[in-house]
Every structure is written in structure tokens, then in C-alpha cells.
Design a protein around this ligand. Structure first.
Ligand SMILES: NC(=O)c1ccc[n+]([C@@H]2O[C@H](COP(=O)([O-])OP(=O)(O)OC[C@H]3O[C@@H](n4cnc5c(N)ncnc54)[C@H](OP(=O)(O)O)[C@@H]3O)[C@@H](O)[C@H]2O)c1
Length: 264
């Protein structure tokens, strides 16, 4: 039963498949990808040697793990297709934004469900994946964590925080990239060509994030190290704060959070 099926081989599905196929958790032939698109299936078959199918029912036979990786609006149709076929020992892993474990269990009542919220960093094995399940799903939760460790960092959270995880982790990619774009624009205004400004800003962002990630320090400690009294860094930082940088980021995060709570 060390077999897994992924329903939905789109953007996120492909990244997850790539992580799993490159790990020692599953043999490639024991990973089956289901998608409507023959092109998506051929791509993962050629690149990763996994099995593929266009038939959901056949693909989940004798499989322990089923990853649901379709758009929120497509989920009910997939659950309707599998509800009379799944056996109670099969574990459903849902990547689907905004659909709770309870809602999934309303259609498929007898299966354990684990929710995961990765981000697009998964394509480079740099995802931040938050994972949640009900209290009775302990052993399986640890195995799912190992699966998503193959595409980056993981954190087990309470399900009530899943919407917040979506904003901070998944939308967070867009928020950081908008800041990166602003840095690049500043670099161009100071005289760099766009591609030069991008190289400098991107590498600086990687360096800044890596310092905090590897040193385990609070960002402000690392900021202090580059902030000379009366120097140019503090001048820039204070101007950004006078213009509302931290406040606008926090307000943006909270606006996103309020919105996600109204979707569906
Ligand atoms: N992308 C992210 O960063 C991210 C992060 C966290 C969570 N999520 C969640 O992950 C889920 C998947 O996202 P995604 O970006 O990978 O979506 P996607 O690129 O649209 O991939 C979904 C794939 O599933 C296929 N599909 C849909 N219904 C199917 C069915 N009944 N049978 C077989 N294949 C089916 C779709 O085919 P068609 O296009 O032909 O319908 C599509 O190829 C979403 O719920 C999203 O909210 C995504």
C-alpha cells in the first residue's frame, strides 16, 4: 500500500510529484498522476517516470494516499467521483484552498483528511507548506509532513489557522515579489540597467532571508548589523517607515485575510 495518486497534475501538482518522485518515500512507478490534460500527463511521465491515468476511479485502486490537487471549484466534482470508491483506510490529502476538513468529510465521510497549504516555491523545492489535520490523524500527519519535506519547509498547524497560512505563505510569495519589484525600480532610478538591478536585488533578498533562516535571529538583529548611526541605511529605513512601509504591509496582509474569509 505504499502507493500514492495525485488528482490534478497542474502547476502545484507537478511540483509535488517532482518532490515525491525524487525522494525515497515512493518508487516512481508507485506514483500515479491523474489529469484531464494528456500534455500534463506526458510531461510528468517523460520527466519523472511516474504512472499516469485519465481515469480517477482506476487510479485510486489499492492506493494508500490520494492527493487532491484541483482548483476549489473542481473539488466537489472530484469528491463526487471518488466517494463510492474510496475505502476507509485511504488517506485524502487536500491542497485545495479554502475547503475545510469538515466540508470534505460531508461528501466523503469515512476517510481521514489532511490539509496542506504549499506555495509556488515548491517548483524549486523551496515551498513553505503548512499542514493540518484532526486530532485522530497523528501517525498519518507525520508521514504527510515527510512527503512535503521533499519540496521545502513544513510546519504542522491547527486547521483554524489554515486561512492565515494561505495569506502569509501562499499569497506571501506575491507580497515579497512586489517589494522586490520596488527595490529593482529604485535600483534603476539610481542608474543600474534593469537586469543588473534585478540581479542585485534578488541576491540581496536571498542573502537577507538566509541570514534570518540560518542564524535563527529576529530580522531586526540583522538590520542592526547593517545600520550605521547617522548612515544611509537608517536614513532610508526611517523614510520608508514615515511613508508607512510596515503599516501598509500589515494592513495588506489583514485585507487579504479578511478577503479570504469571505471567499466561498
Ligand atoms: N499554485 C499554488 O501555489 C498553490 C498553493 C497552495 C494551494 N494551491 C491549491 O492547489 C490546488 C491546485 O492548484 P494548481 O495551481 O496546481 O491548479 P491547476 O494548475 O489548475 O491544476 C489543476 C489540474 O487538475 C486538473 N483537473 C481538474 N479536475 C480534474 C478531474 N476531474 N480529473 C482530472 N484532472 C482534473 C486540471 O485540468 P483542467 O485545467 O483541464 O481543468 C488541472 O490540470 C488549488 O486548489 C489551489 O488553490 C495552489
Amino acid at each position: 500500500m505504499n502507493k500514492i495518486t495525485i488528482i490534478g497534475g497542474g502547476n502545484l501538482g507537478k511540483s509535488i510529484i517532482s518532490g515525491l518522485a525524487g525522494s525515497d518515500l515512493f518508487e516512481a512507478k508507485n506514483i500515479t498522476v491523474v489529469d484531464k490534460s494528456i500534455y500534463n500527463l506526458k510531461e510528468v511521465e517523460d520527466k519523472l517516470g511516474v504512472s499516469t491515468s485519465q481515469n480517477i476511479a482506476e487510479s485510486i485502486e489499492n492506493v494508500k494516499w490520494v492527493i487532491l490537487c484541483v482548483q476549489p471549484r473542481q473539488l466537489d466534482a472530484v469528491l463526487e467521483k471518488i466517494k463510492d470508491i474510496v475505502t476507509t483506510d485511504q488517506i485524502l490529502i487536500s491542497t485545495v484552498t479554502g475547503t475545510s476538513i469538515t466540508e470534505i468529510n460531508e461528501i466523503v465521510p469515512s476517510n481521514k483528511v489532511v490539509r496542506v497549504m504549499p506555495n509556488t516555491g515548491a517548483a524549486k523545492k523551496l515551498s513553505m507548506t503548512c499542514i493540518a489535520a484532526n486530532d485522530d490523524v497523528k501517525e498519518e500527519l507525520e508521514i504527510v509532513k515527510k512527503m512535503f519535506d521533499t519540496i521545502g519547509e513544513t510546519l504542522i498547524i491547527e486547521e483554524r489557522l489554515m486561512q492565515a497560512a494561505t495569506v502569509l505563505g501562499a499569497s506571501g510569495i506575491a507580497f515579497f515579489l512586489r517589494f522586490l519589484r520596488a527595490m529593482i525600480q529604485g535600483g534603476i532610478q539610481m542608474g543600474f540597467h534593469p537586469h543588473e538591478a534585478q540581479i542585485i536585488a534578488v541576491q540581496t533578498a536571498i542573502g537577507a532571508a538566509t541570514l534570518v533562516a540560518e542564524n535563527g535571529t529576529h530580522p531586526e538583529r540583522e538590520i542592526d548589523k547593517v545600520t550605521t548611526p547617522q548612515g544611509c541605511t537608517i536614513e532610508g529605513l526611517n523614510e520608508m517607515e514615515h511613508q508607512g512601509l510596515s503599516s501598509s504591509v500589515i494592513k495588506g496582509v489583514m485585507a487579504s485575510y479578511e478577503k479570504i474569509n469571505t471567499i466561498k
